[in-house]
Design a binder for this molecule. Structure first.
Ligand code: ARG
Length: 424
């Protein structure tokens, strides 16, 4: 009888002793909160969370832990891209009309994996038809397919004939994008509909764009009144708002209306930069994509009128980026991958440094700043005890050469390893 009792106790208590502990070691780790490198780094992971991180001499771990020694490598928090379109194709202009939504969604599965393996453990997907982004997010979250954590917008909202509409077909086709909404009450209703079907964030188009047919890239599209209505509805429901805006007045009215981030920001003036600093508005500036559009866009079907617009905004946007960084605007990493191939997102890091950021600032833009804009800074964005174990690594030191970010060698998301260097 005595024996039986002790056996029962043993069975009952044994599982508690089996928490799975993984330890990562590397010559360096980027502490994005302090803005510095920690040498001889150790990170202790239990299940999906980081439980300790720091210099080896002050970060003990259990003898029986599984150790992954990365050697001459740099550990960084999982990267966050705040402007992607995973669902879609890399077909542009009239070529894009041949791609069905089911096909674009299947592409999305492949794009999600490529993005994750490039080091992006989180993305904000700013616009997809048919709530295909909601489906992809949910499939990733329940482990059906591999991919980054997704924060999704559903259909982007925009005015009739604007950048977020689809203006390729003539009148008799009566074709509109799902996010078309005009007037303060229609935009409120569109926000409510996007929330109903699973949006985490609201995306709208404040001005014309480069890749849309027939829009003036600098012209404002939503009025201040419409934007105020849209933003107040989203904020009421606890969602943040991202706006596509290249044009000067549209950027400023969007900031006045209270948007959380402005995307592209190509033709911003000094007043727009001052307003952003004052209101804490984030800028997400896709300063790599211009090279792809002007280099390979014509082959991919980009319309000549779009190439002409890009020749103007690409250069201005880079100048604006330099000014915004100098003025101290809150900056996040946003690539617009989808316009160019997914997985090439990290090419933007070296351009961010070329046009005015320190390497640490570029990494902060893609980690802690992005997590803060997502309101997930308690769970994501740095290698800190208590946060989710989203950790990536590169060989060597990327602070010496940001093109190294294009060669992510190790990817862990939520404690699960998706990519690791081949054992020597
Ligand atoms: N989706 C954006 C648009 O069509 C891409 C802009 C790309 N150009 C740039 N310089 N960032 O407007």
């Amino acid at each position: 009888m005595k024996k039986l009792i002790s056996l029962v106790c043993l069975l009952h208590f044994t599982p508690i002793a089996f928490a799975s502990t993984t330890v990562l070691t590397a010559d360096r780790m980027v502490d994005v909160e302090a803005g510095k490198i920690v040498k001889n780094a150790v990170v202790v992971i239990e299940n999906d969370k980081i439980i300790a991180a720091g210099q080896a001499s002050v970060t003990p771990y259990a003898q029986d832990a599984k150790v992954i020694a990365l050697g001459d490598a740099t550990l960084m928090p999982g990267l966050v891209d705040m402007h992607v379109h995973l669902v879609g194709s890399n077909m542009h202009g009239y070529n894009s009309l041949s791609v069905s939504l089911p096909r674009a969604t299947i592409n999305g599965v492949q794009n999600a994996e490529r993005t994750l393996l490039a080091g992006f453990t989180t993305v904000r997907n700013v616009g997809a038809e048919g709530f295909a982004d909601v489906a992809l997010r949910d499939a990733i979250n329940d482990g059906t397919v591999p991919g980054p954590r997704m924060f999704v917008a559903g259909p982007s909202l925009g005015v009739t004939g604007g950048h977020c509409d689809d203006n390729l077909l003539p009148y008799e086709y009566q074709h509109f994008s799902e996010g078309v909404a005009d007037g303060p009450w229609e935009v409120r209703k569109a926000v409510r509909r996007n929330i109903k079907y699973g949006a985490d964030v609201i995306k709208f188009c404040a001005t014309g764009g480069v890749l849309s047919k027939g829009t003036k890239v600098g012209a404002q599209q939503y009025t201040l009144e419409e934007m105020q209505s849209l933003v107040s509805e989203a904020h009421l429901r606890g969602l943040t708002v991202a706006t596509h805006a290249h044009g000067t007045s549209g950027i400023k009215d969007a900031i006045r209306a209270g948007v959380d981030s402005v995307e592209h920001v190509s033709l911003v003036d000094d007043e727009g930069i001052r307003l952003a600093v004052k209101n804490g508005t984030y800028f997400s500036m896709d300063i790599y994509v211009t090279e792809y559009i002007l280099g390979e866009g014509a082959k991919a079907g980009i319309l000549e009128e779009s190439l002409a617009k890009e020749r103007i905004v690409g250069k201005t946007q880079r100048e604006a980026f330099t000014k915004a960084v100098k003025a101290g605007v809150n900056m996040v990493f946003g690539s617009d991958a989808g316009v160019y191939p997914h997985g090439d997102n990290p090419k933007q890091f070296s351009r961010m440094v070329q046009f005015g950021m320190s390497p640490i600032q570029a990494l902060q833009a893609a980690t802690i700043n992005a997590a803060t804009l997502l309101k997930k800074q308690l769970e994501l964005g740095s290698i800190s005890p208590g946060k989710l174990a989203d950790i990536v690594a590169v060989a060597g030191n990327p602070l010496d050469d940001m093109t190294k970010m294009e060669q992510i060698s190790f990817v862990m998301k939520g404690g699960e390893i998706f990519k690791a260097p081949v054992a020597p």
